[in-house]
Design a protein around this ligand. Structure first.
Ligand SMILES: NC(=O)c1ccc[n+]([C@@H]2O[C@H](COP(=O)([O-])OP(=O)(O)OC[C@H]3O[C@@H](n4cnc5c(N)ncnc54)[C@H](OP(=O)(O)O)[C@@H]3O)[C@@H](O)[C@H]2O)c1
Length: 314
């Protein structure tokens, strides 16, 4: 996402493409984008087009995930929900230079479009073979269960990290029981957990991340102290420990850290080599459980009640 939008200045396209290819060379096989990434500074589809160019040589070897939104205004007058979604899908396929999407998420539920209808439409696309699986983003366990009953879900992409742990209550138990993957976005808490958080005024999500607000930033320091202790012990970085923690905790978790910096992308991928022992994990977990976190966004949103609407307000 950061190559197109959301984390300040965007790198040159050649640098971004190289970064994606370097990640693949390193062993990364899961790439996440969305139709909407890019529309603040560039245009809709900017990030998909960039990714499409970068992966052209190895598309068949990777799992490609993208997201769409569908609003009530797009449906009616003879246009079915299936027709409306097909338009988004065709656009993503073109942008990504591919004939199929591995994982197609509804980016946010529109309260005026029943998500069960979306689930049914995506079930038909799975049958057709144009998508291989589907998912939801920023939803509750209750919504997940209802949607799963219509068309079995592949994955859910929610906010989850050491500072945002609500998913442990409803999302992980349901997903573990039903063989659904959990894909945490912002797993390093928008960089807070890495210890690196200088941010920019323009098109930077960190202006609104509550845990990064001045007073909360200071109050949340104890979490960074814990990370610093473990990163020294394990000869790893803070970001790697924050990712290794969730990788140890759940067998069905696939965090997607974001970075527009080539070295950090490889650093984050390296977290899979940072293995915590049972005792280390228990110690880390107990220390985190004692921390009170300041600033909370949560993992249930809709198109109408969406954190991303901060951009529109601006
Ligand atoms: N479903 C949704 O609604 C939703 C919402 C947000 C994001 N996403 C997806 O999830 C992905 C990840 O989310 P995110 O970008 O918010 O993840 P994140 O990793 O929590 O935050 C990214 C920020 O952290 C910094 N960072 C990451 N790793 C670092 C490291 N090792 N050392 C220092 N700084 C580091 C990055 O800096 P630099 O870029 O400067 O290196 C960037 O500013 C996005 O790319 C997007 O695909 C989905």
């Amino acid at each position: 996402m950061g190559f197109s939008h959301g984390y300040g200045k965007v790198p040159e396209e050649a640098y971004s493409i190289k970064a994606i290819q370097k990640a693949h060379d390193f062993g990364c096989t899961f790439f996440d984008t969305a139709e909407g990434y890019g529309d603040v500074v560039f245009h809709r589809g900017h990030n998909e087009q960039l990714l499409g160019k970068a992966i052209e040589g190895f598309r068949k070897d990777i799992v490609l995930a993208t997201k769409f939104r569908v609003n009530a205004s797009e449906i009616g007058d003879g246009v079915t929900i299936q027709d409306a979604i097909r338009k988004h899908l065709d656009s993503s396929l073109k942008n990504l230079k591919t004939s199929y999407i591995d994982l197609y998420y509804l980016h946010r539920i529109d309260n005026e479009v029943p998500f069960e209808d979306v689930a049914e439409a995506l079930g038909a696309f799975i049958k057709e073979g144009v998508i291989r699986g589907w998912g939801l983003s920023q939803v509750s366990g209750e919504t997940l269960a209802k949607a799963h009953a219509v068309t079995p879900l592949t994955a859910v992409q929610n906010l989850y990290n050491m500072l945002e742990r609500d998913c442990e209550k409803d999302i992980f138990p349901f997903c573990l029981e039903n063989n659904i993957g959990v894909v945490p976005f912002s797993p390093t808490a928008s960089g807070f957990l890495s210890g690196n958080t200088p941010f920019e005024k323009v098109d930077d999500v960190r202006n609104w991340v509550l845990q990064l607000a001045k007073e909360n930033f200071v109050a949340n320091q104890p979490v960074l102290d814990i990370l610093a202790e473990f990163s020294e012990k394990k000869n790893a970085t803070n970001a790697q420990i924050s990712l290794a923690w969730m990788l140890h905790k759940y067998p069905n978790v696939v965090p997607i850290p974001g970075s527009k910096t080539q070295d950090r992308i490889l650093e984050n991928l390296g977290s899979s080599d940072v293995v915590l022992t049972k005792e280390e994990f228990a110690e880390l977990e107990a220390a985190l459980d004692k921390c009170v976190v300041f600033g909370h966004r949560g993992h249930v949103e809709s198109d109408q009640n969406n954190f991303g609407n901060n951009w529109k307000k601006k």
